[in-house]
Every structure is written in structure tokens, then in C-alpha cells.
Design a protein. Structure first.
Length: 76
């Protein structure tokens, strides 16, 4: 505010700055609800990725065991 007054104020006078409701909403920051929802979304996404990774590893393991079984079964 002081820098605005120095730059645009008439002879060192004050510069009235009136903020709108939209600016106040942006300046006020995130609410507690926004922070909780953001944290929950992050946690759920991370958990889903870990589950998918585990599922892929399990599927690859089962596939490998089936291939080994098939080879032994065909070999007699």
C-alpha cells in the first residue's frame, strides 16, 4: 500500500484501495473444509495407486505360476 501511495498518490497523499468480494475470497485463502478435502483426495489417490501396484504384481505372479504349471503339465 505504501508503494502505491508513493507512486500514484497526489503529492504524497493516500490512495484509496477498495477490494471487491471476489478479491477478498481469493485473499482469504483455503478454508478448513478445502484443506481437509484436498488431503483426503491426495490420500485416496495414493492408496489407489498402491493397491493397483499390488494387484499388478499379484497378477504377474499368478500368470508366471500358470505358465510354469503349463510347461510342467505338457512335459508330462
Amino acid at each position: 500500500m505504501e508503494s502505491l501511495e508513493g507512486k500514484f498518490g497526489k503529492h504524497g497523499g493516500t490512495v484509496p484501495i477498495v477490494s471487491t468480494a471476489e478479491i477478498q475470497d481469493r485473499v482469504s485463502g483455503a478454508s478448513e473444509k478445502d484443506i481437509v478435502h484436498s488431503g483426503l483426495a491426495y490420500t485416496m489417490e495414493r492408496s489407489a495407486r498402491q493397491i493397483m501396484c499390488t494387484v499388478m504384481k499379484t497378477a504377474a505372479y499368478v500368470n508366471a505360476i500358470e505358465k510354469v504349471f503349463k510347461v510342467y503339465n505338457e512335459a508330462g
